[in-house]
Design a protein around this ligand. Structure first.
Ligand code: NOJ
Length: 544
């Protein structure tokens, strides 16, 4: 493991979605021993850390973001012993391990929520959640207020005795009441439980959501289904000032553990908040270490938008002394190969509505990888990014599993298309995902034979080889990782920036080829470069 004190500022972290990564026992579901079997692959890829999406006991109604026991491993995925072994093996290979903390809500299978239901109206057990009487007269037959759930429909569900409980996400995900001291103490203890097992940090799910205005006022600007919430200013349940007290409390715990061998224990925030100055508040020195830059993820593929988002976000983040954290895809977004294969306005089109040009998308995804890995700060790679996987947009309706599908009245297909299990080898499904012929929980397209790790391994022109080469250079080059950049203006559709000492990244977003600036040596390019000419949608790393 790198012994750099502030390792997270430069780290490349690989996101594992455990259900879809690797299946060791042939039940079609990825598991912890599957992850263990692929650790050497990940170490050889050249990453610094892994982040494992929730692996806890859960009914998996939101694929594990509905946690029934924060101190265990889902039996579908393995055991705590498997997890301990995985953590130790990852550390032996020099990889740090982050896991997911889901603090806004639990699962309706969590014992404390079950106890709250059983205890009935007015019982202290209900105070751990947001139970309220309904509106609309003595019957209380309407939800307490008009808050909308993030997956569609009301954020309130009625229980048998007539009270309602709040769930900002799926009905199976009751929100914790973070004003209750027992909730605060329970999460302190959960953090300690995993830090004691050797975990190096946590990705914090919806890090901007825990605090609510307990007077439950209506939201000024009601949410448009399928659109992100307008969270600022003064939203009653997103990005509220009080949430920062919780992060400060957790930071003190992480800092305690950071004194022990193994270096800094860290947090990365998942917070879809804007403007950038609001996000930067989560990164003040006594709060979280980093936060995904989703503005950059959402930015269209053109030089102006990309430069604007890079400048705006880094300015705000550097202002508080933090480092940037870049990400192109994750388990909630349309895979970027597909996004970049569409016209900008259609980049987030619902699955299946607009065809993507996947060849164009791949070309841009290659350039985007070099851009992402050259920018100052840390970077996240979602499993399969390194293979150039596209979104699977034609999953049959009967296999769709994302709660968004049902909540939207089967109008929005949801996020399953980026969660299709990894193709490792072979020419037909399950492509080495598990032993034997057992089919994975979501079907893989037959066309994925060409994307397997085995098919790309050793092919110098493959996407995987590009990632491996880029990560290797990034590890060795003193200019890469944390730091600053200086723009070099070359042409309107081109981004060129210098990282000191002696490194430049050039990305040609235009349709015409451009001449590369004079350089000492080309380190890597996403496209063939002849006579110093960088084609459209290509990127190059230059040694100056
Ligand atoms: C964000 C997670 O990334 C997403 O997958 C989940 O559905 C919501 N938070 C709710 O936990």
């Amino acid at each position: 493991m790198s012994d750099v004190a502030e390792w997270w500022r430069s780290a490349v972290v690989y996101q594992i979605y455990p259900r879809s990564f690797a299946d060791s026992d042939g039940d079609g579901i990825g598991d912890v021993n599957g992850i263990r079997s692929k650790l050497p692959y990940l170490a050889a890829l050249g990453i610094d850390a892994i982040w494992i999406s929730p692996w806890y006991p859960s009914p998996l109604l939101d694929v594990g973001y509905d946690v029934a026991d924060y101190r265990g491993i889902n039996p579908d995925f393995g055991t705590l012993d498997d997890a301990d072994a995985m953590i130790a093996e990852a550390h032996d290979l020099g990889l740090r391990v982050l896991i997911d903390l889901v603090p806004n809500h639990c699962s309706w299978d969590h014992p404390w929520f079950k106890a709250a239901l059983a205890a009935g109206r007015g019982a202290p057990e209900r105070d751990l959640f947001w139970f309220r009487e309904g509106a609309d007269g003595p019957q209380g037959s309407a939800p307490p207020n008009g808050w909308a759930g993030s997956f569609g429909g009301s954020a309130w569900e009625r229980v048998d005795d007539g009270q309602w409980y709040l769930h900002l996400f799926d009905v199976s995900q009751p929100d914790w009441n973070w004003e209750h001291p027992a909730v605060l103490e329970e999460f302190d203890s959960i953090l300690r439980f995993w830090f004691d097992r050797g975990i190096d940090g946590f990705r914090i799910d919806v890090a901007d959501s825990m605090s609510k205005d307990s007077t439950l006022p209506e939201v000024d600007e009601p949410r448009v289904p399928g659109q992100p919430a307008n969270k600022y200013p003064a939203h009653p349940h997103w990005d509220r000032d009080e949430v920062h007290d919780i992060h400060r409390r957790w930071r003190r715990i992480a800092d305690e553990y950071s004194e022990q061998p193994g270096g800094a224990r860290t947090f990365v925030a998942e917070a879809w908040v804007s403007p950038p100055a609001r996000l930067a508040r989560y990164l003040r020195p006594d709060e979280l270490h980093c936060a995904f830059n989703f503005d950059a993820l959402k930015a269209p593929w053109d030089a102006r938008s990309q430069r604007r988002v890079i400048d705006n976000s880094t300015e705000a983040i550097w202002e508080v002394g933090a480092s940037a954290t870049w990400v192109l895809s994750n388990h909630d977004t349309i895979r970027h190969r597909t996004r970049y294969g569409r016209d900008q306005g259609e980049a987030s089109a619902p699955a299946g509505t607009v065809d993507a040009d996947l060849a164009l998308g791949l070309r841009r995804a290659r350039a985007a990888a070099l851009l992402e890995l050259a920018l100052p700060g840390g970077a996240y790679i979602y499993q399969g990014d390194e293979l150039g996987l596209p979104e699977v947009e034609d999953l049959p309706a009967e296999v769709l599993d994302d709660p968004i599908w049902e909540h939207s009245g089967r109008q929005i297909r949801g996020r399953d298309g980026c969660r299709v299990p990894m193709p490792w080898s072979g020419t037909e499904a399950p492509f080495g995902f598990g032993p034997g012929a057992a089919q994975p929980w979501l079907p893989q397209p037959t066309s994925w034979a060409e994307f397997t790790v085995a098919a790309q391994d050793g092919d110098p022109a493959s996407h995987l080889s590009l990632y491996r080469a880029a990560l290797q250079i990034r590890r060795q080059h003193p200019a890469l990782g944390d730091g600053r950049l200086e723009w070099v203006d070359l042409a309107p559709d081109v981004l060129c920036f210098e990282r000191r000492p002696g490194f430049r990244c050039v990305v040609n977003f235009g349709v015409d080829p451009i001449e590369l600036p004079a350089h000492r040596r080309m380190l890597l390019a996403s496209v063939p470069v002849e006579d110093g000419v960088l084609p459209s949608d290509g990127a190059a790393w230059l040694s100056m």
